[in-house]
Design a protein around this ligand. Structure first.
Ligand SMILES: Nc1nc2c(ncn2[C@@H]2O[C@H](COP(=O)(O)OP(=O)(O)OP(=O)(O)O)[C@@H](O)[C@H]2O)c(=O)[nH]1
Ligand SMILES: [Mg+2]
Length: 234
């Protein structure tokens, strides 16, 4: 297996839908999930680059592993559930600290998942993505409730993160581009989320390659050392 050119990590509280988002994107379905233990990754080829996407466990007991998974990450997807305000609070309180090990120019996306359960969520048929009753198990119809966390709250968190990381807003993608509302169940905005990040990560790969010292030796310009006679009889 080729070494990945870049790494993206999903972080967020348990049950927000990290595994479901990744499976929706990679496998185009919404299967039943079990709470993640440790972490797992998929390898995605995007143009000629290999990008690893890491799914992590949101359960408190695995918290210590988070910063290990974030090591060297080019982008981090901070995921919350639009119906659970505490899951947004946890991103700042519990997960942001894990991103210290990420790449210095790491990108952040803030993702509010399960928008299909809200009154404001797009109606079926308006959504970009599949909604297959066969694979959902429960069909597409869910009782809809008012949304508990609004996109502006995610935008505010994004701006706060840039400040906390001492990143200049001018140098980073705009909050409106990096805050998403998604549904892993219907597929709404899931491709947009991952593919926006892939497109942003590619220039980072190219930049890293250009900065990396070359290990190749140009043999045409390599002069052998002058031979000097030495030894006891010289
Ligand atoms: N209605 C709805 N349910 C979802 C959505 N995404 C995930 N779920 C459900 O939410 C539950 C948790 O989803 P997971 O993907 O396992 O959550 P997770 O964030 O990976 O959780 P941990 O692995 O414990 O950290 C499952 O029952 C999913 O079917 C969504 O977009 N809409
Ligand atoms: Mg999971």
């Amino acid at each position: 297996m080729r070494k990945p050119d870049s790494k993206i990590v999903l972080l967020g509280d348990m049950n927000v839908g990290k595994t479901s988002l990744l499976q929706r994107y990679m496998e185009r379905r919404f299967p039943d999930t079990v709470s993640t233990v440790g972490g797992a990754f998929y390898l995605k080829q995007w143009r000629s680059y290999n990008i690893s996407i890491w799914d992590t466990a949101g359960r408190e007991q695995f918290h210590g592993l988070g910063s290990m998974y974030c090591r060297g990450a080019a982008a981090i997807i901070l995921t919350y559930d639009v119906n659970h305000p505490q899951s947004l609070v946890e991103l700042e309180d519990r997960f942001l600290g894990l991103t210290e090990t990420a790449s210095k120019d790491c990108l952040f996306a803030i993702v509010g998942n399960k928008v299909d359960l809200t009154e404001e969520g797009p109606l079926e048929g308006q959504e970009k993505g599949e909604c297959s009753p066969d694979l959902d198990g429960g069909g597409c119809v869910s009782p809809r409730v008012p949304k508990q966390v609004h996109l502006e709250d995610a935008v505010a968190l994004y701006k706060k993160i840039l400040k906390y990381k001492m990143l200049d807003e001018q140098d980073m993608p705009a909050a409106e581009k990096m805050c998403f509302e998604t549904s892993a169940k219907t597929g709404y905005n899931v491709d947009l989320l991952f593919e926006t990040l892939f497109d942003l990560v590619v220039p980072m790969i190219l930049r890293q390659r250009a900065e990396r010292p070359s290990h190749t030796v140009d043999i045409s310009s390599h002069k052998p050392p002058k031979r000097t006679r030495s030894g006891c009889c010289a």
